[in-house]
Design a protein around this ligand. Structure first.
Ligand SMILES: [Zn+2]
Length: 210
């Protein structure tokens, strides 16, 4: 298995490449920016991109998706509840102070319970609204791995003050869906360092009152 996560763009969104050395197939999660670098890594690993999976439609996570699709032909997956955010990319670019990236409607949705990823490394989509209405996490159960987008961070949670954000809802999503996973589950958040479900269950200040 090839698993590489690196921060891209001015907001340092964690982009993840997951590949299989036997089939030479890969998926990329959250290609927010630096598409040339992502494409180069795929090339260096000799991987063919099968899916571009976007955890939510904030510019720092989706900004490079269309460019990567144009380079590789891979389809873009996004939860439909984030389509309104996709349509306000000019507003989002103004928040961050960057140029407006070209975007296009996704090729496929990401609904709760759907299986994405590679045949060798499947992931279940967990719909976890709160940071945005279309936010999802990807649970690679056989790998004991959760790619959490901006729902859960090491010691923190995603902000809920932007359009589509809801604090009660993100807390509920984390308690009902993410804390249901085993303590050993490794978490790759959308920003910052990796953590585990056990570590966050015990020490995350946003998850202690219940
Ligand atoms: Zn976000």
């Amino acid at each position: 298995m090839i698993l590489e996560t690196f921060p891209v763009g001015p907001l340092a969104c964690n982009c993840t490449i997951l590949g299989d050395e036997e089939s030479h197939e890969a998926i990329v999660i959250d290609p927010g920016d630096e598409v040339a670098r992502i494409h180069q890594r795929l090339d260096e690993f000799g991987l063919r991109l099968m899916q571009i999976v976007v955890t939510h439609a904030h510019i720092d996570h989706i900004g490079g998706a269309l460019k990567l699709k144009q380079l590789t032909g891979a389809p873009i997956y996004l939860n439909e509840n984030d389509l309104p955010l996709l349509k306000m990319m000019d507003t989002q670019a103004a928040w961050v102070g960057v140029r407006v990236p070209d975007v296009a409607p996704p090729d496929a949705g990401l609904s709760d319970g759907q299986i994405v990823g590679l045949p060798q490394y499947p992931a279940e989509v967990l719909h976890t609204p709160g940071h945005t209405q279309g936010s999802v996490c990807l649970h690679f159960a056989p790998l004991k791995l959760l790619v959490a987008g901006d729902t859960l961070f090491a010691g923190s949670i995603g902000r809920t003050d932007l359009p589509g954000g809801n604090f009660e809802q993100i807390i509920d999503s984390i308690h009902s869906r993410l804390l249901a996973l085993s303590d050993q589950t490794k978490v790759l958040p959308g920003h910052g360092s990796a953590t585990t479900i056990g570590q966050e269950r015990k020490g995350n200040p946003f998850l202690q009152r219940r």
